[in-house]
Design a protein around this ligand. Structure first.
Ligand SMILES: NC(=O)c1ccc[n+]([C@@H]2O[C@H](COP(=O)([O-])OP(=O)(O)OC[C@H]3O[C@@H](n4cnc5c(N)ncnc54)[C@H](OP(=O)(O)O)[C@@H]3O)[C@@H](O)[C@H]2O)c1
Length: 225
């Protein structure tokens, strides 16, 4: 199996890299700023690629990836400025809304535009890592304008990709990893990276059980959106 993972230098992305290497897959791990934890893995099946998904320029040579790709995990994401004050109705700025949107929603589109033909060749799978904070139905606490808006938009993008790529047998889902102990949550959270990744990998394996573009939690539950 050939797998590409974005935002793979730490956190959940790095957890996915470890998981798929353990499965014997060939993994193309894309990092933005720090490849040191990936280098430590020292695995022959691992290719490390620098890719800032906020950037329209493609920094890597396009032939770094294989002709056929079985799985793309659009994991890279940012929270944006401070949870308490920076994303309140009073304080959120156009600049922060747009920069978070550029990474969390436009980024996965850039990546799919680059890799689509390879995924079609393999009749592969695309998973976009959103967040339950992007569920309109689940929003009972308000605020977090930049993050919530970018993640709900990603769910919509996934649904359109699922419809557009269905004729090529490419399957697309949005996933919620749970509340995970990672830098984004300041190592708070209810579950470990390994638990989250193991759950999401099971969902990915069983992707055909879900209708195209569904929004699914790491434990397999469908999230209303
Ligand atoms: N942790 C949670 O509880 C939780 C809950 C719901 C959803 N999520 C989602 O899960 C995904 C992974 O989150 P995490 O908890 O692992 O976060 P994290 O520890 O903050 O890691 C984020 C990763 O995304 C990368 N990244 C950020 N901007 C990028 C860009 N422009 N181009 C390429 N890579 C970029 C980061 O690279 P650098 O090292 O260069 O910054 C880092 O590798 C995110 O999409 C997040 O929104 C997480």
């Amino acid at each position: 199996m050939d797998v590409v993972i974005t935002g793979a230098g730490r956190g959940i992305g790095l957890g996915f890299v470890r998981h798929y290497l353990r499965q014997g897959a060939n993994v193309w791990a894309c990092y933005r700023s720090d490849e040191s934890l990936l280098r430590e893995l020292e695995d022959d099946n691992l290719t490390i690629v620098q890719w800032d998904i906020a950037d329209d320029k493609i920094a890597h040579a396009s032939d770094v990836f294989p002709a056929k790709l079985d799985l793309l995990i659009n994991n890279a994401g940012v929270y944006g400025s401070n949870k308490q004050h920076g994303q309140s109705l009073e304080n959120v700025t156009a600049e922060s809304m747009l920069s978070v949107f550029n990474v969390n929603c436009v980024g996965p589109i850039r990546v799919v535009q680059q890799l689509k033909d390879r995924l079609i060749m393999a009749k592969g799978k695309i998973v976009n890592i959103s967040s339950k904070m992007g569920s309109i139905e689940d929003n009972s606490s308000g605020s977090c304008y930049a993050y919530r808006a970018s993640k709900v938009a990603l769910v919509m993008v996934s649904k359109s990709m699922a419809i557009d790529l269905a004729p090529y047998a490419v399957r697309v889902l949005s996933l919620h990893p749970g509340w995970v102990k990672a830098d984004m949550t300041s190592q708070q959270g209810l579950i470990s990276v390994d638990e989250s990744v193991a759950g999401m990998a099971t969902v990915i394996e069983n992707i055909d059980q879900y209708s195209p573009g569904t929004f699914v939690k790491f434990n397999g539950e469908v999230i209303p959106y």
